[in-house]
Design a protein around this ligand. Structure first.
Ligand SMILES: Nc1nc2c(ncn2[C@@H]2O[C@H](COP(=O)(O)OP(=O)(O)OP(=O)(O)O)[C@@H](O)[C@H]2O)c(=O)[nH]1
Ligand SMILES: [Zn+2]
Length: 314
């Protein structure tokens, strides 16, 4: 019986499969199927691979050359007037980590959820620092519209938790065997969470910084951490949450990406209703303090719509 020969590059070098676990500038760290990590760079000038990508690579000395990026199941990115940033590919879900303090920005949360939905990636919200009262209760109440629209919102306490506190275990049950992109504003506890769930995270980060030649204090763009020795679940941290640009989303698509507005899309008098001031608008008719559409959510929609429309040159 004839054996299939291993795939090769045009130059005849053997191709291997790997996964991108960190990127920095033109360089990336890839992990082989056997779990070995090595530094790699793209065949061409630009690195178009992102954390989570599956790639074909060939060996060049003790480095790898990325020959091809496999087709992606999904790709999460943000885009503002200046640039487009790919955050991660092939993920199972996004975790938006918020906290009692710093006071949460609903606009930031809404943007992250819209970006996830636009990429067809499920999202999960956790509100950390339950020990900080009454700030926690206040923040929890502000998240009521999100719970009402069906988002999963979990309370969390990463510090000062009593022995009977089950919030971290609850969150973990949502993370097991899944690949989760963790995002959230500065100071909500992302590093604390990753260090609690991935005891070797610090060592891993250091190894990556050394291999990619980044400074000791610069963080790479995104980093992949396995949650378990069997390498089934993973967390990806992603810096730069505050300027979560949505310029890749057409304004006309916005309402359908907001779960509380979406059921009313297509029910307005005008088929091209923008839901801002047109008569007989089904979305505006559904605005009420206790839902289905909270007034603040509609205001968020309007300001985002205007921003996205202004970002388009026509
Ligand atoms: N009171 C309280 N503090 C917490 C809790 N979890 C984390 N913190 C603290 O919150 C602060 C910020 O936590 P980090 O893990 O550094 O936050 P981060 O999201 O990684 O922040 P950046 O690195 O700036 O993005 C630290 O001082 C933590 O000790 C908690 O459950 N309760
Ligand atoms: Zn309308």
């Amino acid at each position: 019986m004839k054996r299939a020969s291993a795939p090769r590059t045009h130059a005849g070098d053997a191709l291997h499969r790997g996964r991108i676990v960190a990127t920095y500038g033109r360089h990336a760290m890839l992990e082989t199927d056997a779990g070995v990590r090595l530094r790699c760079h793209p065949r061409g000038k630009r690195l178009d691979a992102v954390v989570g990508d599956l790639v074909d690579w060939s060996a060049a000395g003790d480095e790898g050359v990325i020959e091809r990026v496999h087709e992606r199941r999904n790709l999460l990115f943000r885009q503002d007037a200046q640039r487009t940033k790919m955050l991660a590919a092939n993920i199972d879900q996004v975790l938006v980590l918020l906290a009692a303090e710093p006071v949460l920005s609903e606009a930031q949360l809404a943007r992250a959820l819209i970006a996830a939905r636009a990429a067809a990636v499920p999202a999960l919200v956790a509100l950390n620092k339950r020990d900080l009262q009454p700030a926690f209760e206040r923040a929890w109440a502000r998240l009521a519209p999100y719970r009402d629209m069906g988002e999963t919102v979990l309370p969390l306490q990463l510090h000062n938790a009593g022995p009977e506190d089950a919030t971290l275990a609850d969150l973990l049950s949502h993370l097991r065997k899944r690949v989760t992109l963790v995002m959230g504003p500065s100071g909500t506890g992302k590093s604390t969470l990753i260090n609690r769930l991935v005891p070797t995270a610090g060592v891993q980060t250091q190894a990556i910084s050394q291999a990619l030649g980044t400074g000791r204090h610069t963080t790479t763009r995104s980093t992949w951490y396995w949650l378990d020795a069997q390498r089934r679940g993973a967390l990806i941290d992603s810096p730069g949450f505050h300027e979560f640009g949505l310029h890749h989303i057409e304004p006309e698509r916005l309402a359908s990406l907001m779960p509380d507005l979406a059921p009313f899309v297509g029910r307005c008098r005008f088929h091209n209703c923008t839901h801002r001031q047109e008569p007989d608008c089904a979305i505006r008719a559904a605005i009420a303090p206790n839902g289905p559409i909270a007034p603040g959510r509609w205001q968020l929609y309007v300001s985002l719509f205007d921003e996205l429309r202004a970002a388009r040159p026509y």
